[in-house]
Design a protein around this ligand. Structure first.
Ligand code: MRU
Length: 336
């Protein structure tokens, strides 16, 4: 299993995803503030992975609470800080809300028992995430046939989760079944999650892949070189509109134009049934520097005006099916 994040002796250890694939360096967080900063600075990223990090952050932060009298105020300070790290991925809020429910249900326990309970819950969230991804993989692999070339965007692999991956997890499950497949990896400007992280994961797993610049997918689809596309998601509204890494919408539109199926693989914790449609999903704007520089080197004029929305929303009509841990879901959607 590829390492993403671990709870080790009352510390949270995560691989520094900013430094991959060049260096495999681990960051140790000893307090909730360093976990919050790691999420903000993209040491760890990917919707399910930041959910796990936030849950660990709560457990770690609460270990520093020293008296029962300070517990409510302490919990709320930690919760609010982690909640403010990144706005788009539903999994972050889902994990925090789950930790809050446990806190409320267990707050009458003596402090050491309550601290232990929060650690156990965070570890459960981590463990369950891997199991969920494997289920997503075992449902989704039927959509891939031997000989297929699959396009993926961003990184929805082991690094974006507690392990295994969602979209890459489906590809991995098909590959492990013995299907001969090839993956086209969008480089995913500006943060290069595809070039740096998905390519790194696929090469470690021995899955054949071809790295392409983002603007090449349309041409390759038109030439018949791509048979399907599978991506992850950060938040899915009740009607099926799906927010994912910027550029996903372009892939979906190109896939439709070229009659190529475009699937979204995501756990149920990514669904936000409180939002009627994708227009209400908060879209993070990240620093201009991410667009203006590559590896710390300026690639444009120093004072260029920049926009850097980190996500876009693909309308539900472009998504013929969602691959979840409960199975493959197709429209029309009904929620009860
Ligand atoms: O900004 P990031 O790298 O956190 O964005 C990640 C993505 O958009 C992923 O595709 C998404 O979180 C799904 S990960 C299983």
């Amino acid at each position: 299993m590829l390492p993403t994040i671990e709870w080790v002796e009352d510390k949270v250890v995560m691989i520094d995803q900013r430094r991959l694939p060049g260096e495999e360096v681990y960051v140790e967080c000893r307090d909730y503030e360093s976990v919050a900063e790691a999420i903000e600075k993209m040491v760890i990223r990917g919707a399910p992975a930041i959910g796990v990090a936030a849950a660990f952050g709560v457990a770690l932060g609460f270990l520093k609470v020293t008296s029962q009298a300070d517990a409510d105020e302490g919990f709320s300070r930690i919760y609010q800080r982690l909640k403010a790290t990144r706005p788009t991925a539903r999994n972050l809020f889902w994990a925090l809300e789950r930790m809050q429910r446990i806190y409320k249900d267990s707050r009458n326990l003596p402090l050491p028992a309550l601290q232990k309970r929060l650690i156990e819950e965070a570890l459960d969230i981590e463990r369950e995430d891997v199991e969920i991804n494997k289920k997503i993989g075992s449902f989704g692999r039927s959509l891939i046939k031997t000989g297929d070339a699959v396009l993926t965007h961003c990184n929805a692999g082991a690094l974006a989760t507690a392990g295994w991956g969602t979209a890459v997890g489906v590809i991995r499950a098909a590959f492990e079944e013995g299907k001969k497949i090839k993956v086209f990896v969008d480089e995913t400007r500006p943060f290069l999650q595809g070039a740096r992280l998905t390519a790194w994961e696929l090469s470690k797993l021995g899955i054949p892949y071809v790295l392409i610049a983002d603007n090449m997918a349309g041409w390759l689809m038109q030439k018949g070189e791509i048979r399907l596309a599978i991506v992850g998601a950060d938040r899915i509204a009740r009607n099926g509109d799906a927010a994912n890494k910027i550029g996903t919408y372009s892939v979906a539109v190109l896939a439709r134009e070229n009659q190529i199926p475009f699937y979204v693989a995501a756990p149920l914790s990514t669904f936000d049934f409180s939002l009627e449609d994708g227009g209400r999903i908060p879209i993070e704007e990240r620093p201009a520097q991410e667009v203006k520089e590559i590896s710390g080197r300026l690639i444009t004029v120093a004072d260029a005006n920049v926009r850097n929305p980190a996500f876009d929303v693909t309308p539900a009509r472009y998504v013929p099916a969602f691959i979840t841990e409960r199975g493959i879901i197709c429209p029309p959607y009904q929620t009860h």
